[in-house]
Write a protein that binds this ligand. Structure first.
Ligand SMILES: [Zn+2]
Length: 280
């Protein structure tokens, strides 16, 4: 569990990549940090909250991204969320009207009201929801959008690799959207406009070594900041969802998966000029 000093740390970190790299690895769900004032409004005991964090946190995806960055020929840029998705989920639409996961029986819009098992996580309180959106969601979305904009200005194209993981066994909340869908070792989420086929193919080729790969099963779609969504196709994006049992058994497995992600970066940045300040 997080300590109070963690909760005082920055809400997200950017790890600089090689100026020649077009890749941004986004890690939205790796943190277990829930600041005290947010914790107070969560209707779970400490033990229940710890359990919920185990189920919902994309454990070690930040480590995988950092290790991949060390292993790749040209360092990708990293944007890592340092707050739990139980604070706000940066990948959901902030307005519940737009967000299918915000439906009352699921209760997982940008501010979750229900647990993975459908229990109460927070009271239905619009004022508190707005407060969390203002304090956490908006600054995060703004910073990530500006960061992508900056990379676009620098290089003319950005490829977001949206890195997640998911449990081997289906959680009850998932049943509302994709009951009994297959659960491959690697699920590749795509968007019809922002994911060119060769991008999904590259992910598939690299992660085939992990086991079965599938596109948009069980989870569909990938993250694109709203400012660019549907309009600026220089922003390419693909979601990589790793089934957790493929890397959670031992540290060696994390290194193996990180090696695959590094290879993906190498393939996607192949032929890019290495610039001063980058490694070689
Ligand atoms: Zn995730």
């Amino acid at each position: 569990m997080s300590t109070s000093s963690d909760a005082n740390g920055p809400p997200f970190v950017v790890v600089d990549g090689d100026p020649g790299s077009r890749i941004v690895i986004h890690v939205p769900h790796a943190s277990t940090i829930v600041p005290g004032r947010v914790r107070q409004r969560i209707e779970l005991s400490d033990e229940e909250l710890a359990q919920e964090l185990v189920l919902m946190t994309d454990a070690a995806t930040d480590r995988i991204a950092r290790e991949a960055s060390d292993l790749s020929e040209m360092r990708p840029w990293l944007f890592i969320n340092q707050r739990s998705r139980l604070v706000v989920d940066p990948e959901r639409f902030p307005d519940p009207v737009d967000e299918v996961m915000a439906a009352p029986d699921i209760g997982m819009g940008a501010v979750y009201e229900r647990t993975a098992h459908g229990g109460e996580l927070r009271e239905d309180d619009a004022a508190h929801r707005d407060e969390l959106i203002t304090a956490f969601f908006d600054p995060y979305a703004g910073a990530l959008t500006d960061f992508v904009e900056g990379r676009l200005e620098a290089d003319g194209q950005v490829t977001i690799v949206d890195l997640h993981s998911y449990p081997a066994a289906e959680l009850p909340y998932e049943r509302h959207v994709h009951a009994d869908a297959p659960r491959p070792a690697c699920c590749i989420g795509t968007d019809e406009r922002h994911t060119p086929p060769e991008l999904a193919d590259a992910v598939q080729a690299v992660f085939r070594g992990l086991g079965e790969t599938m596109v948009n099963q069980p989870f569909a779609g990938t993250y694109v900041p709203l400012r660019f969504y549907g309009t600026d196709l220089r922003v390419r994006s693909v979601m990589v969802e790793l089934r957790r049992d493929t890397y959670q058994e031992s540290p060696t497995d994390v290194a193996r998966v990180a090696g695959m992600l590094a290879r993906l970066c190498d393939v996607l940045d192949a032929g890019r000029p290495s610039t001063p300040g980058g490694r070689d």
